[in-house]
Design a protein around this ligand. Structure first.
Ligand SMILES: [Zn+2]
Length: 242
């Protein structure tokens, strides 16, 4: 994910032992466009259903059991109440994914672990979510200009070791001028939803109306038609669960 106008490549690359695909978000300039979808009727999803991709072609989580996740807020610049608000934003993103995919995600509480390249998640944690200080806490997040990374490994077509690392130094000041209400919170939410969707198995979309558009530049504040399609696809083999 990159900011509008930077022209920086999205940082999509294979890394790690089993090929984690990782996508970066670059800190944007001030003045993001207002979310085009914010006033749309709830029954209309923006964009084209075909506008989606896999993180790793054909690779899904095991949809027959809950995907567990844990959250690390220790490096955030926030007091205890502020940190709880960040966790609430993660849980909001989880809810969007559950509603769109049918996948069950189970919160395992907070953790002190931080995703690192080539290091498996703690036992019992499928998706490890952490805010980290660039260059200090995570080998994924080395530069200040990145807002976050999200990805997972695939063994065959089965995902594991999902992770989200977000930039703790800038989390409190995500730019956006026009959104009414808590603009910063919404930009954090959409970044969290974007990166968590990578960890669940979604790749990028082409259209700005999709959450999976690779740039934090006025894209949807909720899933568009392409996002909804890849989410349904990622959850599709639940029909085979007994
Ligand atoms: Zn991305």
């Amino acid at each position: 994910m990159e900011s509008r106008g930077t022209g920086v490549h999205s940082g999509r690359r294979r890394a790690g032992i089993v090929g984690a695909l990782v996508v970066a978000v670059v800190v944007g300039a001030l003045g993001l466009a207002a979310p085009a979808s914010a006033q749309r009727p709830a029954d209309r999803l923006a964009g084209r259903a075909s506008d989606h991709s896999w993180l790793i072609e054909g690779a899904r989580w095991d949809a027959c059991r809950p995907i567990t996740y844990a959250v690390n807020t220790r490096h955030l610049r926030a007091d205890a109440a502020g940190k709880r608000a960040y966790v609430a934003e993660v849980r909001w993103a989880v809810r969007q994914i559950r509603l769109a995919s049918g996948l069950q995600l189970r919160y395992r509480g907070t953790t002190t672990a931080v995703p690192q390249r080539g290091v498996a998640n703690p036992a019992g944690v499928d998706v490890l979510i952490a805010w980290a200080r660039p260059g200090r806490d995570s080998s994924w997040l080395t530069e200040r200009r990145y807002l976050g990374y999200g990805g997972a490994e695939a063994v065959g077509h089965r995902l594991r070791n999902g992770f989200v690392v977000m930039n703790a130094d800038v989390a409190h000041r995500y730019p956006s001028r026009r959104y009414r209400g808590d603009r910063r919170a919404w930009n954090r939410r959409i970044t969290t939803l974007h990166e968590l969707s990578h960890a669940i198995g979604a790749g990028h979309a082409h259209g700005r109306s999709q959450v999976m558009y690779p740039t934090l530049a006025g894209q949807a504040y909720r899933f568009g038609a392409g996002d909804a399609t890849i989410m349904r696809t990622l959850g599709a083999d639940r029909s085979a669960c007994s």
